[in-house]
Design a binder for this molecule. Sequence first.
Ligand SMILES: Nc1ncnc2c1ncn2[C@@H]1O[C@H](COP(=O)(O)OP(=O)(O)OP(=O)(O)O)[C@@H](O)[C@H]1O
Ligand SMILES: O=P(O)(O)OC[C@H]1O[C@H](OP(=O)(O)OP(=O)(O)O)[C@H](O)[C@@H]1O
Ligand SMILES: [Mg+2]
Length: 296
Amino acid sequence: MRIAVPNKGRLHEPTLSLLERAGLHVEETADRQLYADTVDEDVTVLFARAADIPEYVRDGAADLGVTGLDQAAESGGVVDDAAAAGDDDLVDLLDLGYGSCRLVLAAPEDGDVSAVEDLEGRTIATEFPNVTRDYLDRVGVDADVVTVTGATELTPHVDMADAIVDITSTGTTLKVNRLAVIDGVLDSSVRLFARPDVVDDPKVEQVMTAFESVLAADGRRYLMMNAPKDRLDEVKDVIPGLGGPTVMDVEADEDGNGMVAVHAVVDERDVFETISELRSVGATGILVTEIERLVE
Ligand SMILES: Nc1ncnc2c1ncn2[C@@H]1O[C@H](COP(=O)(O)OP(=O)(O)OP(=O)(O)O)[C@@H](O)[C@H]1O
Ligand SMILES: O=P(O)(O)OC[C@H]1O[C@H](OP(=O)(O)OP(=O)(O)O)[C@H](O)[C@@H]1O
Ligand SMILES: [Mg+2]
């Protein structure tokens, strides 16, 4: 099975780190190599440009792809439900959470375009012509779409376009180019995409479970402690655990009081407060560790 992942750009590093955390270590390769093996002999990684990955998956060069929803939507149909997928659609299997950005319609701050309706018969420049045309159809506005391959923000200032559809995240690029957002076109983040015919493959489900386990571990911590047996109920009340803590008998303390070891998964935001509460109900030897993966 082949997974296509970004070969460079902002999505490259976080994707490799996700594969690593998911237990799919990618074997070292010389720079710019196109393929790499992983520790799983059935899984090969194929490095491609983020924008090309959807096409690699649709064509069958890869079975799975990791890239932005914006790129997948630009290349053709994307569905959430494999049962509803046409042959040429991609199935959006999993939101991997990073690469969050928005495709927006923007126009010069002091210009005469303040709503999409103002663009009737005018020109929009973008690196995403298909997403832009779909959007214009949706809102019922007839405008010309000009495709550019970069520096889109410049085009309204050189009379190439009246507005643009482009990626924004912090908003800095739009601001320095004196462009104001007029409408949202698409919310994007990095997803795991599959071809409809491989969705039920056990290997695909295995990769999905591995990725999900990494996402589930994010923001969670593992708490371990000893507690007096007779105060266990109070300890349990304090821990906002995942399906209740695990409790194991341990040796009695020097005074012969029964002790238990308590393990629990907690939200990292709760750790600070939980620890002082645990101490106040008699817990000792409290240990907090990171979780690499969590299969719920
Ligand atoms: N500013 C941003 N914030 C968050 N995500 C972004 C941002 N810009 C782009 N992305 C996401 O990353 C994807 C790839 O963008 P990136 O800039 O890494 O590659 P690229 O521009 O295709 O690289 P290159 O042009 O060098 O090949 C985009 O399709 C989008 O999903
Ligand atoms: O809202 P902001 O945080 O300013 O981010 C938006 C900018 O980020 C991306 O460019 P990138 O940095 O990838 O450069 P590129 O044009 O070379 O791809 C995108 O094309 C926007 O220009
Ligand atoms: Mg870029």
